[in-house]
Design a protein around this ligand. Structure first.
Ligand code: ZN
Length: 422
């Protein structure tokens, strides 16, 4: 039911024209923040705000990362809970902090990340991205939601849960990971594959929305197409062969790429984004090389081979019209799609918690990749859920709603209770 205490006024409404702003939830809340949970009395909004603000003040844009800048703040949080703390760095400055409490067999990990994406064009921001700004019940700044707010929330969960259950029989890991935004090689992959960090299940506050949990993620396929030509003086183009023109023709053909409908319909389809195009060195030189990179997000059932063959068929069409066109293709990055078992103990525990609190919850798949995918292939099932809205991640004027961090704290604490006690 709507909560009258909520301030739903947007600051600088007319300036908030980024994609997330159109989704800014100005509709009445579907839930009541002061919910009937005994954990809520341990949730300290001021403390959460202070932690998020401190973390956001430290610029951990990845690349280069510099997650070590958050080490002290995160350590302080973990120490206050009596956690055992370990540090792991695959590269200097790329610090992962792992806190652990409890010693029982059943274990669960909260994985948040300390790196953030670049702020982008500064003139798109109404407030400086690395100076947290509090307005209308929100904190604005890069990383307020993705994923420093999530860390503050996960900390708050551990605090609330251990306050109610100081002698619980289990183990909780609270992880502030590095390098999530560029593939986690120095983060969760390193922790799981090389440092022996292990837990049974995980909560990843890094995707979805307050009323939406993500149980499956598409695979990623990044393809680079290179067009080769022959360099010549710009005044005598007939002596060379322009590499840009066939690439432009191929990209135009890509608009009608068809990968069919034979895929797992737990996913909503496939997507393609032509992300970069580069070529040539100066206006007066015939370019001998041009490149484009394309990002595909693929459901289970559409293979890499299928995509490459479909691109190749389009390249043949271009070559039919321009026989000298010469293309090569390479795969820059790929991940497999995955679907978690909706009946797994962690998803059931989470769902029970949401029901107990009267929070509506949907379960969907998406095209993003979180560390849940890395964990899935390491045999660890996760719940992916944001104490916010993932449409606000990576955009200018990123913000997090303070009440949602509080609601997330209660929701995940209730999840722990179901997980450890039911
Ligand atoms: Zn994130």
């Amino acid at each position: 039911m709507p909560n009258a205490k909520y301030n739903l006024t947007l600051p600088n409404k007319s300036k908030l024209e980024h994609p997330g702003a159109s989704l800014a939830r100005i509709a009445p809340r579907q839930y009541h923040p002061e919910m009937n949970s005994r954990f809520s009395r341990h949730v300290d909004r001021d403390e959460i705000v202070a932690i998020v603000s401190e973390l956001v003040r430290h610029d951990t844009t990845n690349p280069p990362g510099n997650e070590h800048l958050c080490k002290e703040i995160v350590t302080k949080c973990m120490r206050s809970l009596g956690m055992e703390i370990s540090y792991y760095e695959k590269e200097p400055g790329r610090t992962n902090v792992v806190g652990r409490i409890g010693s029982g067999d059943r274990s669960i990990g909260f994985v948040s990340h300390m790196d953030v994406v670049p702020p982008g064009e500064r003139d798109q921001w109404n407030t400086p991205p690395f100076e947290p700004t509090i307005a209308a019940g929100r904190i604005y700044g890069r990383g307020t939601l993705d994923d420093k707010g999530s860390f503050a929330c996960a900390y708050s969960v551990c605090k609330a849960f251990t306050a109610e259950h100081p002698d619980f029989d289990g183990t909780i890991y609270l992880i502030a990971a590095a390098d999530e935004e560029t593939g986690s090689e120095l983060g969760i992959i390193y922790l799981v594959e090389e440092c022996g960090i292990r837990f049974d299940v995980a909560i990843i506050p890094d995707g979805g929305r307050m009323d939406l949990s993500i149980y499956g993620e598409k695979g990623i396929l990044w393809v680079e197409i290179t067009s080769l030509g022959i360099q010549a003086h710009g005044s005598t183009p007939e002596l060379g062969r322009n590499a840009i023109i066939p690439l432009a023709e191929l990209i135009a053909q890509m608009k009608s790429l068809d990968l069919g409908a034979q895929y797992d319909h737990a996913f909503d389809g496939w997507t393609m984004n032509i992300g970069t195009i580069q070529g040539g060195s100066s206006a007066n030189t015939v370019p001998s090389r041009a490149r484009a990179t394309i990002d595909f997000r693929l459901p289970a059932g559409i293979t890499k081979e299928q995509v490459l063959a479909a691109i190749d068929a389009k390249a043949s069409l271009v070559r039919a019209a321009s026989p000298q066109a010469e293309f090569s293709m390479s795969v820059l990055h790929e991940t497999e799609p995955h679907l978690s078992d909706k009946n797994s103990v962690i998803i059931r525990s989470f769902d029970q918690a949401a029901r107990r609190l009267g929070l509506p919850m949907k379960y969907e798949t998406f095209g993003g990749n979180t560390v849940a995918k890395n964990l899935f292939f390491a045999g660890i099932t996760s719940v992916v859920h944001y104490p916010g809205d993932d449409k606000l991640a990576h955009v200018p004027n990123e913000f997090v709603i303070i009440d949602e961090l509080a609601v997330g704290s209660v929701l995940y604490a209730e999840t722990l209770e179901s997980y450890f006690f039911d």
